[in-house]
Design a protein around this ligand. Sequence first.
Ligand code: GDP
Length: 203
Amino acid sequence: MSAFLHARFLASAARAEEIPPEAGPELAFAGRSNVGKSSAINALANRKRLAFVSRTPGRTRMINFFDLGAAGRIADLPGYGYASAPRSLRATWERLIGGYLAGRGSLAGVVVLMDARRPLAAGDRQFLEWLAPVAAPRLVLLSKSDKLSRSERAAALAHARRALEEAGVAATVMLFSIKDRDSVEAVRELLGRWLRDAVRNRK
Ligand code: GDP
């Protein structure tokens, strides 16, 4: 059975000191606010409200951790891309996320959701730059792909792959929609493999 079906909320961290100690492989989820990150985590876990804990007041700017039983953990990073956010708030965000990404040896993969209708927006590019020193594999999910026609989906996939290649970013790119069960299952399978690989590589 997929590890995601065991997901349980574990903890929230507003500051680096509150990040739980590493324990087994971890998958980080990132993306602009409203890109569909909570919905994606819920779909993977086959739960309606699991990741919406991240939405409760005060938690939108925290890293929320979910336990996947023996398989590992998910770290749901706070959404980025508030261009109008006050500088002090952005600085806090950058300290928290920068510190997390730089120091997390247990990272088995980073999932970056981008809206299939406008992938590689400015905030996305900046986040990918931050990821440059991180060794873990990256999965770019082109979210809400159900909003595109079949030919638009193919074009979006080709465009995103080309843009990432031009930016020198090595990533697996997939179309994703919470309404497309096959895409949910494909992501479960790939991330499940990354979690298992991370354990194997540490032995
Ligand atoms: P977050 O801020 O990144 O966690 O975004 P949410 O998961 O809250 O999603 C933002 C909005 O997009 C909500 O209204 C969701 O219902 C909608 N949404 C999320 N995923 C999909 C999808 O795959 N297809 C469609 N059509 N809408 C989606």
